[in-house]
Ligand binder design. Structure first.
Ligand code: JFZ
Length: 445
């Protein structure tokens, strides 16, 4: 029943055009098979690592917004050492968090590549004391641990002399007015994407900066087909002017359920993508876990961002968040990984997920909820309730079931204090058959 409801829902949303995804050129049914691992992954780790960590300023935007001059920004090249960089330790930490994929900034809008690009342009390998390609070893360590490899790549390159604009109020030229120059830039960025594709064969490309030009100007179709020719299973995020596979809301947890087939919320642990000394606005493990459950409940993935220092060390607060998230994930794995989006709002006041076969409903209890919780409009019989990760059996009571009405009774479950989790308790409700919901207004309907 729920499956039918979900596919009907899918059909309806396909017919309606939505702002960000309205010009989507990819057919959901064609890409569905390759999206399987992504759909089950739920958690990815985003890493913004670049020369901006030297001063601890906004990645690329700081010179674009004139907080610092471009020459001063580029002086950070001299301070990027990667002296404590330990790609195996990074990959271990990511594995510990429970994440199934990781996305590293191979090149941000500032144009500095993390690999040894063959193009005549900035790279960590050629232009910094780190003197090496830092991408190759990281990807190798991820693959050893079965973690999917993602490549963030900025289409915008504000440091490239052939790029049209690099400060917020300046433009060197307009792409339409100097086709020769724009074509030079296009062949440059296409070559860099080819390098990434051929050398690293990422499982996922995470493009950024598409907003500065149209799909035709970016040759989005050529970018997409080039990547898929090399690897038909590569996943492409939605920042390619309509030629991506999934949507990428940023920094804000959706309040209502997004209407996309696949989506991923990217979010920072403090307030910034890259390392910034002054930013101490750390989200707590409890907050991250609650918003992660919220995202998964709405059918999305969380791409949680960390910003290593220039030397490659990861701030302690981020390490803690990843480890705590990891131990919570380990305990509650069955309620998160490989599940589907939960029941619609209104039945239970908290996040929920549903097992693939739709016969187990998982309830995520906010804060340190204990005592009685309540579910409305669940038509199923409950066979069994357990506290996930603990195995404690809980009892329930059906209240107010009126014999002549189709409306199910209210289900009350007793949650004793001794069964609550440090961060978020999860209950597994084994049902007699796939989830069946009463969606009416009460009474005779
Ligand atoms: C983009 C990047 O610009 C940012 O630096 C970071 O890498 C993030 C993951 O992706 O975020 C944006 C995108 C657009 C705007 C601001 C930040 N914008 O239009 O103002």
């Amino acid at each position: 029943m729920f499956k039918r409801y979900a596919s009907l829902f899918g059909l309806i949303i396909c017919c309606i055009s939505f702002k960000t995804f309205s010009q989507q050129k990819t057919d959901p049914e064609t890409i569905r098979p390759k999206m399987a691992w992504f759909e089950d992954a739920k958690l990815g780790i985003f890493i913004h690592w670049g020369i901006y960590a030297v001063n601890g300023i906004d990645e690329s935007w700081s010179f674009y917004n004139k907080k610092i001059s471009w020459p001063d920004y580029m002086k950070q090249l001299n301070g990027f050492t990667a002296s404590k960089y330990d790609p195996a330790a990074w990959a271990d930490l990511i594995k510990t968090s429970g994440a199934r994929y990781a996305v590293l900034t191979t090149k941000h809008h500032d144009g500095v590549a993390l690999w040894n690009t063959k193009e005549n342009h900035y790279s960590i390998a050629k232009n910094t004391p780190a003197k090496r390609d830092v991408l190759t070893p990281f990807y190798a360590e991820l693959r050893k641990r079965d973690i999917k490899v993602g490549a963030y790549f900025s289409l915008i390159d504000w440091s490239h002399p052939d790029y049209p604009g690099f400060l917020k109020d300046s433009s060197r030229y307009k792409a339409a007015n100097d086709t020769a120059k724009w074509n030079k830039f296009r062949s440059f960025f296409q070559s860099q994407i080819n390098e990434l594709s051929n050398q690293f064969n990422p499982d996922l490309f995470w493009f950024d900066g598409d907003w500065e030009h149209s799909a035709a100007e970016w040759e989005s179709e050529k970018v997409r087909s080039g990547i898929l020719a090399r690897n038909p299973n590569a996943i492409i995020n939605g920042r390619l002017m309509g030629y991506g596979d999934y949507d990428t809301p940023e920094q804000n947890v959706p309040v209502s359920r997004p209407k996309f087939n696949w989506w991923e919320l990217c979010m920072t642990v403090n307030n910034n993508w890259g390392f910034q000394h002054k930013d101490t606005n750390w989200k707590t493990p409890a907050q991250i876990i609650a918003l992660f459950a919220d995202v998964v409940s709405h059918g999305g993935n969380l791409l949680l961002d960390i910003g290593p220092r220039e030397d490659g060390s990861i701030p302690a607060q981020e390490v803690t968040v990843l480890k705590e998230l990891g131990s919570w994930n380990k305990k509650h794995s069955e309620a998160i990984f490989g599940t589907q989006a939960g029941i619609p709002a209104g039945h239970f006041y908290g996040p929920t997920t549903i097992s693939k076969d739709s016969t187990t409903l998982y309830l995520f209890l906010q804060g340190h909820t204990q005592g009685q919780i309540m579910i409305k409009g669940l038509s199923n019989q409950i066979k069994d309730i357990t506290v996930v990760g603990k195995g404690t059996k809980l009892t329930h009571q059906v209240v107010g079931k009126i014999s002549w009405s189709p409306v199910p009774g209210l289900i009350y479950i007793d949650v004793p204090a001794m069964s609550i989790d440090k961060y978020m308790t999860v209950l597994a409700l084994k049902l007699d058959k796939p989830v069946s919901l009463y969606r009416g207004k009460g009474g005779f309907e």
